[in-house]
Ligand binder design. Structure first.
Ligand SMILES: C[S@@+](CC[C@H](N)C(=O)[O-])C[C@H]1O[C@@H](n2cnc3c(N)ncnc32)[C@H](O)[C@@H]1O
Length: 524
């Protein structure tokens, strides 16, 4: 990045700060209903709110001008923009490719980029940035181009929420797009390498990094792991272009979601090769789609990819969050590309999608999270490899700062329990996680419950059925009594054999540690 460009970005930062161009200011401008409408790609309620505001004040405000131009994608008067960006100026905004170039006769200025505030809460606290990306369908009034650079979408938020934020030396963001994951990683990594196949994406991402004051992100052009061929990282994150798209004539291939491979081959490639780029103890986290064929379930397919990955052998935790029938999948992604249903083009693309699926015998498509970990040779995390592939299709628990901290707790609990023999586990004390409650169901008039469920308030909101013995054990895990002592007392109370009770309960205690429902007692 050149000095003059840095100066322009500094001027933009100072103008956006002075204007108070924040997420809460925008919500204050047009209210939660208009916000919700914008999420549905409808801007009329927001526009009406802006018109009301101007009529009440008798003038526009800097935030309203910036919101109308960069969030709603509408032209504004040059004089208003000059007022909203006093340091950068109209010329500077054109040089940064935020607006089209203007001359003195123009009555309005048009946006050529989307620029909006973004706020978050993660494990390190709250934060607020501005994110530039390409104009979306709403602002363009038509489908986006195949080289579209995406802003912060639902999948971006899912991945940033999943990100484990332990301090690390190095992190890789593969397929950085507007740079959102790289910036999140740069909060806890000393240095981040952000790659993309799109030079435009890298330009936008580096502008965003500069705008938001990051100096520890390096941007590299190239496909998949090519730009980091011989390097390893302590953390890899990727929201890769995982959408399954027919490789057929006349089917648009959007760079932001389609990696150009057949079926789910791109996700397979990332699963197979991420481990080679992990330093010992390093963790990779990414999102993906996988196909269900009539011969093979989606998670079995992912298991197969993992089994073929032999150097290095990685720990893997794969969580499938959803499965869609191929019809619904095709409809979702054709619509996402800007083609409206009931048009001849939509039907043609729908046919191409179904032909492609039929050709490979695909019936459904799974979506989920993949986490890989390269065991640390010095202190192996587990008697490797740890493999956990599960379907968790229900709603998540409530956790304001995402799932990352919960995933860390689960991995720590798993490592802790696998390093202990049954005798060592029985001699240990545990505590119940603070988000866990017990739900008891009774037949009317009965004193004893007919069913009991451990409910996790955060994390994946797991619901684990438990019996009287396990309920009593969990209830007594206060960090003081050992598991063995609790089982001894329970055996007496229930008049059962103590060894048999321990044998029955210890595997279940291990499973509760894996789910961070029980936690090792913190050392003081
Ligand atoms: C779904 S977007 C994710 C953007 C951003 N990381 C996020 O989370 O919002 C996928 C990104 O991968 C990039 N991409 C596509 N094919 C790629 C490839 N073969 N190698 C690296 N990046 C690729 C796209 O240009 C796009 O920026």
């Amino acid at each position: 990045m050149t000095h003059p460009q840095r100066d322009l970005i500094a001027a933009l930062r100072s103008d956006l700060t002075a204007a108070g161009f924040t997420v809460s200011a925008l919500s204050g401008l047009w209210g939660p209903d208009a916000d919700a409408a914008l999420h549905r790609n409808q801007r009329v309620p927001a526009l009406r709110a802006l018109a009301r505001l101007r009529s009440t004040l008798g003038r526009s405000t800097a935030t309203a001008t910036l919101a109308e131009l960069f969030v709603l994608g509408l032209p504004v008067a040059p004089a208003l923009l000059a007022e909203a960006l006093p340091s950068l100026g109209i010329q500077g905004a054109a040089e940064l490719r935020l607006i089209s170039s203007v001359d003195e006769h123009d009555e309005s200025v048009r946006p050529v980029a989307d620029l909006r505030p973004y706020s978050f809460i993660d494990q390190l606290g709250v934060g607020s940035w501005w994110i530039m990306s390409d104009l979306g369908e709403l602002s363009l009034g038509h489908a986006v181009g195949e080289d579209h650079v995406l802003g912060v979408g639902g999948a971006s938020l899912t991945l940033s929420g999943l990100m484990i934020q332990r301090p690390v030396d190095s992190a890789l963001d593969l397929g950085t797009g507007c740079g959102i994951q790289a910036m999140h990683a740069a909060r806890h990594a000393r240095r981040v390498v952000a790659t993309d196949i799109s030079a435009r994406a890298l330009d936008i991402a580096s502008l965003n990094a500069e705008l938001n004051g990051f100096e520890n992100i390096e941007f590299r052009l190239g496909s998949l792991f090519e730009p980091v061929a011989d390097e390893t990282f302590d953390q890899i994150v990727s929201n890769p272009p995982f959408v399954i798209t027919p490789r057929a004539e006349g089917v648009p291939s959007y760079e932001y979601r389609d990696g150009g491979m057949v079926g789910d081959a791109l996700v397979q490639h990332v699963v197979r090769h991420a481990g080679e780029h992990l330093a010992p103890g390093g963790v990779a986290q990414f999102l993906g789609n996988w196909e269900y064929t009539h011969a093979e379930a989606g998670l079995d397919r992912v298991q197969g990819w993992l089994d073929e990955t032999t150097d290095p052998i990685v720990d893997a935790w794969v969580i499938e969050r959803d499965v869609q029938h191929i019809d619904e999948y095709a409809e979702t992604w054709i619509r996402d590309g800007g083609t409206t249903p009931a048009s001849p083009q939509f039907d043609r693309l729908y046919g191409a999608w179904l032909n492609d699926f039929e050709h490979r015998g695909v019936e459904q498509v799974g979506f989920g999270y993949v986490m890989l970990r390269r065991p640390d040779a010095a202190s192996p995390a587990t008697p490797s490899p740890f493999r956990r592939l599960e379907q968790l299709h229900g709603p998540l628990g409530g956790s304001g700062s995402g799932l990352g901290a919960h995933l860390s707790d689960c991995l720590a609990g798993h490592d802790w329990q696998t390093r202990r023999s049954d005798a060592e586990l029985a001699a240990s004390t545990l505590v119940v996680a603070s988000d866990v409650t017990v739900e008891r169901h009774y037949w009317p008039g009965d004193d004893d419950p007919t069913a009991m469920i451990l409910r996790q308030g955060g994390g994946f909101g797991r619901q684990t059925p438990i019996d009287t013995g396990l309920a009593a054990l969990v209830g007594a895990c206060d960090g003081e009594l050992t598991i063995g002592a609790i089982c001894g007392a329970l055996a007496q109370l229930l008049s059962v054999d103590e060894t048999a009770l321990l044998d029955e309960l210890l595997p279940r205690v291990r499973a509760l540690l894996d789910d961070a429902i029980l936690l090792p007692t913190p050392e003081v």
